[in-house]
Write a protein that binds this ligand. Structure first.
Ligand code: C5P
Length: 414
Protein backbone atom coordinates (compact mmCIF):
# COMPACT_ATOMS: atom_id res chain seq x y z
CA UNK A 1 0.00 0.00 0.00
CA UNK A 2 3.07 2.22 -0.18
CA UNK A 3 2.28 5.48 -1.91
CA UNK A 4 -1.49 4.93 -1.79
CA UNK A 5 -3.69 7.84 -0.76
CA UNK A 6 -6.38 7.08 1.80
CA UNK A 7 -9.15 9.50 2.72
CA UNK A 8 -10.32 8.48 6.18
CA UNK A 9 -13.78 9.63 7.26
CA UNK A 10 -14.14 9.53 11.04
CA UNK A 11 -17.76 9.67 12.18
CA UNK A 12 -19.10 10.03 15.69
CA UNK A 13 -18.76 6.83 17.65
CA UNK A 14 -16.82 5.66 20.66
CA UNK A 15 -14.75 3.50 18.28
CA UNK A 16 -13.28 6.70 16.78
CA UNK A 17 -10.30 6.34 19.11
CA UNK A 18 -9.34 3.18 17.19
CA UNK A 19 -9.12 5.26 14.03
CA UNK A 20 -6.14 7.09 15.50
CA UNK A 21 -4.35 3.74 15.68
CA UNK A 22 -5.53 2.99 12.14
CA UNK A 23 -3.91 6.20 10.85
CA UNK A 24 -0.60 5.17 12.42
CA UNK A 25 -0.77 1.67 10.94
CA UNK A 26 -1.65 2.95 7.46
CA UNK A 27 1.24 5.40 7.57
CA UNK A 28 3.62 2.69 8.80
CA UNK A 29 2.75 0.78 5.62
CA UNK A 30 3.65 3.82 3.53
CA UNK A 31 0.15 5.13 2.74
CA UNK A 32 -0.66 8.81 3.02
CA UNK A 33 -3.75 9.58 5.06
CA UNK A 34 -6.00 12.61 4.89
CA UNK A 35 -8.92 12.80 7.31
CA UNK A 36 -12.44 14.16 7.32
CA UNK A 37 -13.83 14.44 10.85
CA UNK A 38 -17.57 14.82 11.35
CA UNK A 39 -18.99 17.15 13.97
CA UNK A 40 -19.95 14.14 16.10
CA UNK A 41 -16.57 12.52 15.42
CA UNK A 42 -14.89 15.55 16.95
CA UNK A 43 -16.78 14.82 20.17
CA UNK A 44 -14.79 11.59 20.47
CA UNK A 45 -11.32 12.43 19.10
CA UNK A 46 -9.78 15.85 18.90
CA UNK A 47 -8.96 17.44 15.56
CA UNK A 48 -5.49 18.07 16.95
CA UNK A 49 -4.81 14.33 17.47
CA UNK A 50 -6.02 13.55 13.96
CA UNK A 51 -3.99 16.38 12.49
CA UNK A 52 -0.83 15.36 14.34
CA UNK A 53 -1.12 11.76 13.19
CA UNK A 54 -2.06 12.46 9.57
CA UNK A 55 0.44 15.35 9.37
CA UNK A 56 -2.17 17.11 7.27
CA UNK A 57 -5.09 19.48 7.67
CA UNK A 58 -8.17 17.85 9.18
CA UNK A 59 -11.16 18.57 6.96
CA UNK A 60 -14.27 19.25 9.02
CA UNK A 61 -16.55 21.84 7.55
CA UNK A 62 -18.39 21.97 4.25
CA UNK A 63 -18.73 25.71 4.61
CA UNK A 64 -15.19 26.47 5.81
CA UNK A 65 -13.70 29.21 3.67
CA UNK A 66 -10.15 28.19 4.54
CA UNK A 67 -10.71 24.45 3.89
CA UNK A 68 -12.53 25.15 0.65
CA UNK A 69 -9.88 27.54 -0.58
CA UNK A 70 -7.12 25.00 0.16
CA UNK A 71 -8.99 22.02 -1.27
CA UNK A 72 -12.59 21.93 -2.46
CA UNK A 73 -14.75 19.04 -1.33
CA UNK A 74 -14.96 17.62 -4.84
CA UNK A 75 -11.20 17.51 -5.18
CA UNK A 76 -10.90 16.05 -1.67
CA UNK A 77 -13.26 13.25 -2.68
CA UNK A 78 -11.27 12.41 -5.81
CA UNK A 79 -7.72 12.92 -4.54
CA UNK A 80 -7.59 9.47 -2.96
CA UNK A 81 -7.18 5.87 -4.06
CA UNK A 82 -9.61 4.59 -1.43
CA UNK A 83 -12.07 6.17 1.00
CA UNK A 84 -12.27 4.45 4.38
CA UNK A 85 -15.17 5.27 6.71
CA UNK A 86 -14.21 4.24 10.26
CA UNK A 87 -16.22 4.31 12.37
CA UNK A 88 -19.19 4.19 10.02
CA UNK A 89 -22.15 5.04 12.24
CA UNK A 90 -25.75 4.01 11.57
CA UNK A 91 -26.48 7.67 10.85
CA UNK A 92 -23.71 8.10 8.29
CA UNK A 93 -24.58 4.78 6.59
CA UNK A 94 -28.19 5.99 6.35
CA UNK A 95 -27.12 9.30 4.86
CA UNK A 96 -24.83 7.52 2.39
CA UNK A 97 -27.63 5.15 1.38
CA UNK A 98 -30.02 8.08 0.91
CA UNK A 99 -27.48 10.07 -1.11
CA UNK A 100 -27.52 13.00 1.28
CA UNK A 101 -24.93 15.73 1.29
CA UNK A 102 -25.66 17.54 4.52
CA UNK A 103 -22.14 17.73 5.87
CA UNK A 104 -18.61 17.44 4.50
CA UNK A 105 -18.34 13.66 5.14
CA UNK A 106 -21.62 12.85 3.35
CA UNK A 107 -20.81 15.25 0.52
CA UNK A 108 -17.38 13.77 -0.05
CA UNK A 109 -18.86 10.24 -0.02
CA UNK A 110 -21.52 11.28 -2.54
CA UNK A 111 -19.12 13.17 -4.80
CA UNK A 112 -16.38 10.56 -4.94
CA UNK A 113 -15.66 8.34 -7.90
CA UNK A 114 -13.33 6.17 -5.83
CA UNK A 115 -14.00 2.89 -3.97
CA UNK A 116 -15.32 3.14 -0.43
CA UNK A 117 -14.64 0.75 2.47
CA UNK A 118 -16.82 1.10 5.58
CA UNK A 119 -16.14 -0.22 9.09
CA UNK A 120 -19.54 -0.06 10.80
CA UNK A 121 -19.66 0.58 14.54
CA UNK A 122 -22.83 0.91 16.57
CA UNK A 123 -25.01 -0.64 19.22
CA UNK A 124 -26.14 -4.17 18.38
CA UNK A 125 -29.84 -3.19 18.14
CA UNK A 126 -28.98 -0.37 15.76
CA UNK A 127 -26.88 -2.74 13.64
CA UNK A 128 -29.63 -5.33 13.56
CA UNK A 129 -32.43 -2.83 12.87
CA UNK A 130 -34.06 -3.51 9.49
CA UNK A 131 -33.33 0.10 8.50
CA UNK A 132 -29.58 -0.35 8.99
CA UNK A 133 -29.62 -3.78 7.36
CA UNK A 134 -31.40 -2.35 4.33
CA UNK A 135 -29.03 0.62 4.14
CA UNK A 136 -25.98 -1.62 4.37
CA UNK A 137 -27.36 -4.05 1.78
CA UNK A 138 -28.10 -1.16 -0.58
CA UNK A 139 -24.61 0.28 -0.15
CA UNK A 140 -23.00 -3.13 -0.70
CA UNK A 141 -25.12 -3.65 -3.83
CA UNK A 142 -23.61 -0.39 -5.09
CA UNK A 143 -20.11 -1.75 -4.52
CA UNK A 144 -19.32 -0.30 -1.09
CA UNK A 145 -16.86 -2.64 0.69
CA UNK A 146 -17.30 -3.54 4.34
CA UNK A 147 -15.10 -4.84 7.13
CA UNK A 148 -16.80 -5.96 10.38
CA UNK A 149 -18.54 -5.24 12.61
CA UNK A 150 -17.39 -7.83 15.13
CA UNK A 151 -19.24 -9.47 17.98
CA UNK A 152 -18.30 -8.49 21.49
CA UNK A 153 -19.01 -6.43 24.56
CA UNK A 154 -20.08 -2.89 23.66
CA UNK A 155 -19.31 0.38 25.33
CA UNK A 156 -23.03 0.69 26.14
CA UNK A 157 -22.92 -2.51 28.22
CA UNK A 158 -24.73 -4.73 25.72
CA UNK A 159 -23.20 -7.67 23.90
CA UNK A 160 -23.45 -8.54 20.23
CA UNK A 161 -22.52 -7.53 16.70
CA UNK A 162 -21.63 -3.88 16.29
CA UNK A 163 -18.08 -3.45 17.54
CA UNK A 164 -15.92 -1.79 14.94
CA UNK A 165 -13.31 -4.10 13.36
CA UNK A 166 -9.91 -3.74 15.00
CA UNK A 167 -7.42 -1.38 13.31
CA UNK A 168 -5.33 -4.35 12.12
CA UNK A 169 -8.40 -5.94 10.54
CA UNK A 170 -9.26 -2.71 8.74
CA UNK A 171 -5.63 -2.46 7.65
CA UNK A 172 -5.80 -6.01 6.24
CA UNK A 173 -9.02 -5.15 4.38
CA UNK A 174 -7.30 -2.10 2.88
CA UNK A 175 -4.25 -4.21 1.95
CA UNK A 176 -6.50 -6.87 0.39
CA UNK A 177 -8.29 -4.18 -1.64
CA UNK A 178 -5.02 -2.88 -3.07
CA UNK A 179 -3.75 -6.42 -3.69
CA UNK A 180 -6.86 -7.11 -5.75
CA UNK A 181 -6.60 -3.78 -7.50
CA UNK A 182 -2.92 -4.42 -8.32
CA UNK A 183 -3.41 -7.98 -9.58
CA UNK A 184 -2.14 -7.98 -13.15
CA UNK A 185 -4.73 -7.64 -15.83
CA UNK A 186 -5.14 -10.87 -17.73
CA UNK A 187 -3.39 -10.64 -21.06
CA UNK A 188 -5.54 -9.03 -23.68
CA UNK A 189 -7.27 -11.19 -26.24
CA UNK A 190 -7.03 -14.96 -26.30
CA UNK A 191 -3.31 -15.73 -25.85
CA UNK A 192 -4.02 -19.43 -25.21
CA UNK A 193 -6.01 -19.91 -28.41
CA UNK A 194 -4.98 -23.20 -30.03
CA UNK A 195 -3.64 -24.62 -26.71
CA UNK A 196 -5.25 -27.61 -25.05
CA UNK A 197 -5.57 -27.61 -21.27
CA UNK A 198 -6.54 -30.38 -18.89
CA UNK A 199 -7.74 -29.39 -15.41
CA UNK A 200 -8.68 -31.70 -12.53
CA UNK A 201 -10.98 -30.41 -9.81
CA UNK A 202 -13.03 -31.44 -6.80
CA UNK A 203 -12.72 -34.43 -4.49
CA UNK A 204 -12.87 -38.07 -5.39
CA UNK A 205 -15.30 -40.51 -3.81
CA UNK A 206 -13.84 -43.90 -3.03
CA UNK A 207 -16.55 -46.52 -2.46
CA UNK A 208 -16.71 -48.69 0.64
CA UNK A 209 -19.83 -50.40 -0.69
CA UNK A 210 -22.57 -49.28 -3.09
CA UNK A 211 -23.93 -46.68 -0.62
CA UNK A 212 -20.91 -45.53 1.40
CA UNK A 213 -17.73 -43.83 0.35
CA UNK A 214 -14.61 -42.05 1.59
CA UNK A 215 -14.43 -38.39 0.52
CA UNK A 216 -12.85 -35.07 1.47
CA UNK A 217 -13.93 -31.44 1.86
CA UNK A 218 -12.80 -30.12 -1.53
CA UNK A 219 -15.51 -27.92 -3.09
CA UNK A 220 -13.98 -27.76 -6.57
CA UNK A 221 -14.23 -23.94 -6.52
CA UNK A 222 -10.54 -23.36 -7.22
CA UNK A 223 -10.19 -25.99 -9.95
CA UNK A 224 -13.39 -24.92 -11.70
CA UNK A 225 -12.30 -21.27 -11.57
CA UNK A 226 -8.97 -22.21 -13.17
CA UNK A 227 -10.74 -24.13 -15.95
CA UNK A 228 -12.95 -21.09 -16.61
CA UNK A 229 -9.99 -18.69 -16.54
CA UNK A 230 -7.99 -20.79 -19.03
CA UNK A 231 -11.02 -21.04 -21.32
CA UNK A 232 -11.44 -17.28 -21.10
CA UNK A 233 -7.88 -16.88 -22.40
CA UNK A 234 -8.76 -19.04 -25.38
CA UNK A 235 -7.57 -22.50 -24.30
CA UNK A 236 -9.57 -25.57 -25.27
CA UNK A 237 -10.22 -26.90 -21.77
CA UNK A 238 -11.18 -30.38 -20.61
CA UNK A 239 -12.24 -30.32 -16.97
CA UNK A 240 -12.16 -33.68 -15.21
CA UNK A 241 -14.12 -33.24 -12.02
CA UNK A 242 -15.02 -35.34 -9.01
CA UNK A 243 -18.47 -34.95 -7.42
CA UNK A 244 -19.13 -31.24 -6.68
CA UNK A 245 -22.15 -29.04 -6.01
CA UNK A 246 -21.12 -26.13 -8.19
CA UNK A 247 -22.09 -25.41 -11.79
CA UNK A 248 -19.93 -26.42 -14.75
CA UNK A 249 -17.59 -23.57 -15.72
CA UNK A 250 -18.46 -21.87 -19.00
CA UNK A 251 -16.63 -22.82 -22.16
CA UNK A 252 -15.15 -26.14 -20.96
CA UNK A 253 -15.75 -29.80 -21.85
CA UNK A 254 -16.60 -31.43 -18.55
CA UNK A 255 -15.97 -35.11 -17.68
CA UNK A 256 -17.59 -36.03 -14.36
CA UNK A 257 -15.95 -38.92 -12.51
CA UNK A 258 -16.14 -40.36 -9.01
CA UNK A 259 -12.97 -42.24 -8.14
CA UNK A 260 -9.26 -41.52 -8.51
CA UNK A 261 -8.89 -44.33 -11.00
CA UNK A 262 -11.74 -42.96 -13.13
CA UNK A 263 -10.13 -39.52 -12.90
CA UNK A 264 -6.80 -40.87 -14.12
CA UNK A 265 -8.47 -42.69 -17.02
CA UNK A 266 -10.37 -39.52 -18.02
CA UNK A 267 -7.16 -37.48 -17.86
CA UNK A 268 -5.25 -39.95 -20.00
CA UNK A 269 -8.10 -39.93 -22.51
CA UNK A 270 -7.87 -36.12 -22.66
CA UNK A 271 -4.21 -36.17 -23.74
CA UNK A 272 -2.43 -34.77 -25.64
CA UNK A 273 -2.58 -31.42 -23.89
CA UNK A 274 -0.20 -28.49 -23.66
CA UNK A 275 -1.16 -27.64 -20.10
CA UNK A 276 -2.26 -29.80 -17.15
CA UNK A 277 -3.42 -28.23 -13.90
CA UNK A 278 -4.13 -30.80 -11.19
CA UNK A 279 -6.27 -28.99 -8.66
CA UNK A 280 -8.33 -32.01 -7.60
CA UNK A 281 -8.09 -33.27 -4.05
CA UNK A 282 -7.60 -36.86 -5.10
CA UNK A 283 -8.03 -39.42 -2.34
CA UNK A 284 -4.66 -40.94 -1.53
CA UNK A 285 -6.22 -44.28 -0.70
CA UNK A 286 -9.19 -46.36 -1.70
CA UNK A 287 -10.78 -49.30 0.02
CA UNK A 288 -9.16 -52.52 -1.12
CA UNK A 289 -11.78 -54.94 -2.35
CA UNK A 290 -14.75 -52.64 -1.77
CA UNK A 291 -17.95 -54.60 -1.51
CA UNK A 292 -20.49 -54.55 -4.31
CA UNK A 293 -23.22 -55.33 -1.76
CA UNK A 294 -24.16 -53.05 1.13
CA UNK A 295 -22.23 -54.08 4.24
CA UNK A 296 -24.57 -55.17 7.01
CA UNK A 297 -24.35 -54.53 10.72
CA UNK A 298 -23.89 -57.86 12.42
CA UNK A 299 -22.61 -59.79 15.34
CA UNK A 300 -19.09 -59.66 13.94
CA UNK A 301 -18.95 -55.93 14.72
CA UNK A 302 -17.81 -53.17 12.36
CA UNK A 303 -15.89 -54.26 9.27
CA UNK A 304 -12.17 -53.57 9.11
CA UNK A 305 -11.38 -51.54 6.01
CA UNK A 306 -8.09 -52.17 4.29
CA UNK A 307 -6.84 -49.23 2.26
CA UNK A 308 -4.69 -49.38 -0.80
CA UNK A 309 -2.88 -46.56 -2.57
CA UNK A 310 -4.54 -44.70 -5.43
CA UNK A 311 -2.64 -43.75 -8.58
CA UNK A 312 -1.03 -40.31 -8.39
CA UNK A 313 -2.50 -38.44 -11.36
CA UNK A 314 -0.16 -35.47 -11.13
CA UNK A 315 2.94 -37.67 -10.95
CA UNK A 316 1.63 -39.86 -13.77
CA UNK A 317 1.00 -36.87 -16.07
CA UNK A 318 4.39 -35.37 -15.12
CA UNK A 319 6.15 -38.55 -16.18
CA UNK A 320 4.06 -39.32 -19.25
CA UNK A 321 7.05 -39.23 -21.58
CA UNK A 322 6.11 -38.04 -25.03
CA UNK A 323 2.54 -37.42 -23.94
CA UNK A 324 3.64 -35.19 -21.06
CA UNK A 325 1.98 -31.76 -21.26
CA UNK A 326 4.57 -29.01 -21.75
CA UNK A 327 3.49 -27.36 -18.50
CA UNK A 328 2.27 -29.43 -15.56
CA UNK A 329 0.98 -27.55 -12.52
CA UNK A 330 0.17 -29.23 -9.21
CA UNK A 331 -1.36 -28.01 -6.01
CA UNK A 332 -0.11 -28.56 -2.50
CA UNK A 333 -2.53 -28.12 0.36
CA UNK A 334 -0.53 -28.13 3.54
CA UNK A 335 -1.20 -27.34 7.16
CA UNK A 336 2.18 -25.83 8.08
CA UNK A 337 5.69 -25.35 6.58
CA UNK A 338 3.82 -24.80 3.32
CA UNK A 339 6.73 -23.69 1.17
CA UNK A 340 9.19 -26.38 2.32
CA UNK A 341 6.73 -29.21 1.80
CA UNK A 342 5.53 -27.82 -1.52
CA UNK A 343 9.07 -27.38 -2.86
CA UNK A 344 9.83 -31.01 -1.97
CA UNK A 345 6.52 -32.05 -3.56
CA UNK A 346 7.41 -30.30 -6.82
CA UNK A 347 10.57 -32.39 -7.10
CA UNK A 348 8.88 -35.61 -5.99
CA UNK A 349 5.97 -35.32 -8.41
CA UNK A 350 8.07 -34.10 -11.32
CA UNK A 351 5.72 -31.21 -12.13
CA UNK A 352 6.83 -27.75 -13.30
CA UNK A 353 4.93 -25.46 -10.96
CA UNK A 354 3.26 -25.96 -7.61
CA UNK A 355 0.54 -23.70 -6.28
CA UNK A 356 0.86 -24.10 -2.51
CA UNK A 357 -1.77 -23.08 0.00
CA UNK A 358 -2.37 -23.35 3.70
CA UNK A 359 -5.51 -25.29 4.55
CA UNK A 360 -5.04 -25.22 8.33
CA UNK A 361 -8.29 -25.03 10.28
CA UNK A 362 -9.28 -21.39 10.54
CA UNK A 363 -7.88 -20.32 7.16
CA UNK A 364 -11.29 -20.98 5.58
CA UNK A 365 -9.64 -22.15 2.37
CA UNK A 366 -11.57 -25.42 2.04
CA UNK A 367 -15.02 -24.52 0.75
CA UNK A 368 -14.31 -20.79 1.14
CA UNK A 369 -14.04 -18.17 -1.56
CA UNK A 370 -10.52 -16.93 -0.86
CA UNK A 371 -7.08 -18.42 -1.00
CA UNK A 372 -3.55 -17.36 -0.05
CA UNK A 373 -1.05 -19.16 -2.24
CA UNK A 374 2.63 -19.31 -3.14
CA UNK A 375 3.62 -20.12 -6.71
CA UNK A 376 6.67 -22.37 -6.69
CA UNK A 377 8.56 -22.67 -9.95
CA UNK A 378 12.09 -23.67 -10.97
CA UNK A 379 12.95 -20.05 -10.34
CA UNK A 380 11.85 -19.86 -6.73
CA UNK A 381 8.90 -18.92 -4.60
CA UNK A 382 6.43 -16.16 -5.42
CA UNK A 383 4.07 -15.31 -2.54
CA UNK A 384 0.71 -14.02 -3.75
CA UNK A 385 -1.56 -11.81 -1.67
CA UNK A 386 -4.83 -13.16 -0.28
CA UNK A 387 -7.17 -13.22 -3.26
CA UNK A 388 -10.57 -14.56 -4.17
CA UNK A 389 -10.36 -18.00 -5.79
CA UNK A 390 -11.45 -16.40 -9.08
CA UNK A 391 -8.58 -13.90 -8.83
CA UNK A 392 -6.09 -16.70 -8.03
CA UNK A 393 -7.41 -18.52 -11.11
CA UNK A 394 -7.11 -15.42 -13.31
CA UNK A 395 -3.59 -14.75 -12.09
CA UNK A 396 -2.53 -18.37 -12.61
CA UNK A 397 -4.07 -18.41 -16.09
CA UNK A 398 -2.22 -15.15 -16.81
CA UNK A 399 1.09 -16.70 -15.67
CA UNK A 400 0.42 -19.76 -17.82
CA UNK A 401 -0.37 -17.57 -20.83
CA UNK A 402 2.82 -15.58 -20.22
CA UNK A 403 4.79 -18.86 -20.11
CA UNK A 404 3.39 -19.84 -23.52
CA UNK A 405 3.66 -16.47 -25.19
CA UNK A 406 7.21 -16.06 -23.90
CA UNK A 407 6.13 -12.90 -22.21
CA UNK A 408 8.34 -13.50 -19.15
CA UNK A 409 12.09 -13.94 -18.63
CA UNK A 410 13.24 -17.43 -19.70
CA UNK A 411 14.54 -18.33 -16.24
CA UNK A 412 11.05 -17.93 -14.81
CA UNK A 413 9.79 -20.82 -16.86
CA UNK A 414 10.34 -24.26 -15.53
O1 C5P B 1 0.54 -35.53 -2.54
P1 C5P B 1 -0.54 -34.50 -2.47
O2 C5P B 1 -1.93 -35.11 -2.48
O3 C5P B 1 -0.38 -33.50 -1.39
O4 C5P B 1 -0.34 -33.68 -3.83
C1 C5P B 1 -1.26 -32.75 -4.24
C2 C5P B 1 -1.19 -32.59 -5.73
O5 C5P B 1 -1.13 -33.85 -6.35
C3 C5P B 1 -2.44 -31.92 -6.28
O6 C5P B 1 -2.05 -31.23 -7.45
C4 C5P B 1 -3.33 -33.10 -6.59
O7 C5P B 1 -4.26 -32.78 -7.60
C5 C5P B 1 -2.32 -34.11 -7.08
N1 C5P B 1 -2.67 -35.50 -6.79
C6 C5P B 1 -3.03 -36.33 -7.84
N2 C5P B 1 -3.30 -37.64 -7.61
C7 C5P B 1 -3.23 -38.15 -6.37
C8 C5P B 1 -2.87 -37.32 -5.29
C9 C5P B 1 -2.60 -36.01 -5.54
O8 C5P B 1 -3.09 -35.85 -8.98
N3 C5P B 1 -3.51 -39.42 -6.17
Amino acid sequence: MAGKRILLVIAGGIAAYKSLELIRRLKERGASVRAVLTKAGAEFVTPLSVQALTEDTVYRDLWSLTDESEMGHIQLSRDADLLVVAPATADLLARMAAGMADDLAATVLLATDKPVLVAPAMNVRMWEHPATRANMALLESRGVLRVGPNDGAMACGEYGAGRMAEPMEILEAVAAFFARANAPEPPAGRPLAGRRALVTSGPTHEPIDPVRYIANRSSGKQGHAIAAALAELGAEVTLVTGPVRIPDPPGCSVRAVETAREMLAACEAALPADIAVCAAAVADWRVAGSSDRKLKKGAAGPPALTLTENPDILATLSRAGERRPALVVGFAAETGDVVEYATAKRARKGCDWIVANDVSPGTGTFGGDENTVHLITADGVEPWPRLGKDAVAARLAGAIAARFTGNIPAEETA
